[in-house]
Design a protein around this ligand. Sequence first.
Ligand code: FAD
Ligand code: PYC
Length: 416
Amino acid sequence: MKSYSIFSLLRNALSYHQNWQAAWRSPEPKPAYDVIIVGGGGHGLATAYYLAKEHGITNVAVLEKGWLGGGNTGRNTTIVRSNYLWDESARLYEHSLKLWEGLSQDLNFNVMFSQRGVLNLAHNLHDLRELQRRVSAIRLNGIDSEILNVEQVKEMVPILNCSPDSRYPVLGASLQRRGGVARHDAVAWGFARAADARGIDIIQNCEVTGIRRDGDRVLGVETTRGFMAAPKVACVTAGHSSVLAAMAGLRLPIESHPLQALVSEPIKPILHTVVMSAAVHVYVSQSDKGELVLGAGIDAYTSYAQRGSLSVIEEIMASTVTLFPIFSRLKMMRSWGGIVDVCPDASPIIGKTPIRGLYFNCGWGTGGFKATPGSGHVFAHTIARDEPHPLNAPYALDRFANGSLIDEHGAAAVAH
Ligand code: FAD
Ligand code: PYC
C-alpha cells in the first residue's frame, strides 16, 4: 500500500486534494464484454475481482447506477460472523469469514476487519436454550462459538444492564470470538481498486434499464449509456433484484423492505465487542471514531425508498437505553435506511436462472455484508464455469420449487 507522509497529506490538503491519484479508472464502456456484472456493491465488485483473480476472466464490466457502495454495502452496520444454524449456511459464511481473515493482505487495502467478538444475548429461558442449540450445531461444523453465563457477559460488557429487574434481564449469551466488524466502504473501495488493477472496467452512473434476450439466451443489457453485449450477465442488485429480474421476464421470491441504522456522536472507547439482541431487535457496536453504530429490525412494509419510519427508530432507542442506561444522554447524529431483499427462508439466491447466461446473486436480506468476499468468490466460480460452486449449490432458485429451504430466520438480531 502506498504510504503518505504528513508532508504529502499537507500538500494534498493545501492543493484541495486535486493531485490524489484515482484508485480506479473511469473507462468509457466498450460495446461488448465477456461478463457484465450489474451492481457495484461489495458483492458485485468482489465477484469481478475473483473472476479476474481466480478464473483469469478480465473482459468484464461492473455497471453501477449510482456510486460504488452507495447501496446496502455503504449503509450496513458492518457486523461479520459465521455463527449460522444450518450446515449449508455455516459452510458458506465460514468460507467468507476465512476470506475476511486475509482480505486486507489479499487486496493490499486495509478493510479494517476487527475480530472483537459478537455477543448474542439471551433474555429468557427459551432464548438461552435456543442459543445453546445453535452453539452446539455451530461447533459441530467446526466453527468457534461458546455460551457465556451472565457473570461472563457482565465482565465482557460492564456497561450492559444485567439487573434481574430489567425489562430485558440478561441470562447469558452466545459468543463468536472470531466475529467482529469491518469498515464497509473500504471493502467496496478495496475490491474496486484490486479489480480495476486486473483490468475490470468499473462504470458508475450507468443504470441498467433492460435485459436483452433471444429466446432463452441472454444477449446483453440496455443502459443509460447504450446497449452493451455480453453472453453472461450477472445481477447483484440487492434491494432491486426483483426489478432486474422483471426486465428479463423472471419473477423472484423476494420482498424489498427498508432497514434502518443510526450513529451517535463519538465518545471514548467504551464498548469493545458487538452486542446483538434478537428479542429486543437491537445490535450495537462502537466504531473506531467512537460513534455508536446501532441498527433495528426491518420496517414491515415493502418499499424502494432508502429510508424507514420514525417509530422503528424510537423502538431501537428505547431498547438500547434499557440495555445500556449509560447511553441515555447520548445524541444521535445521523440515521439512514437501505433496501434489503428478503427471501421466504431468509437465505440468499446464488446461481443460474432458466435463461442461459443470466445469473442472480441476491436475497441476502439483512445479513449479506458478512458474506461479501465469500459470495463474490463462489459466484465468480458459478459464472466462470456455468455451474455452481459446491458451497452455493444449495442456494439455487429452484429450492423454492422443490422445497429444500434453508430457514435462517433466527440467524440475526434483525426481524425479517
Ligand atoms: P448493494 O451494496 O446494495 O449493491 C447493489 C448495487 O446495485 C447498488 O449499489 C445499486 O445502486 C445497484 N443497482 C441497483 N439497480 C441497478 C441498476 N438497474 N443498474 C445498475 N446498478 C443497479 N449485513 C451484515 O452481514 N451485517 C450487518 O451488520 C448488516 N447490517 C445492515 C444494516 C442495514 C441498515 C442494512 C440496510 C443492511 C445491513 N446488512 C448487514 C445487509 C448488507 O448490507 C447487504 O446484504 C449487503 O451489503 C448487500 O451487498 P450487495 O453488494 O449485494 O448490495
Ligand atoms: O446479519 O449480523 C447480521 C446483522 C447485524 C445487523 C444486521 N444484520
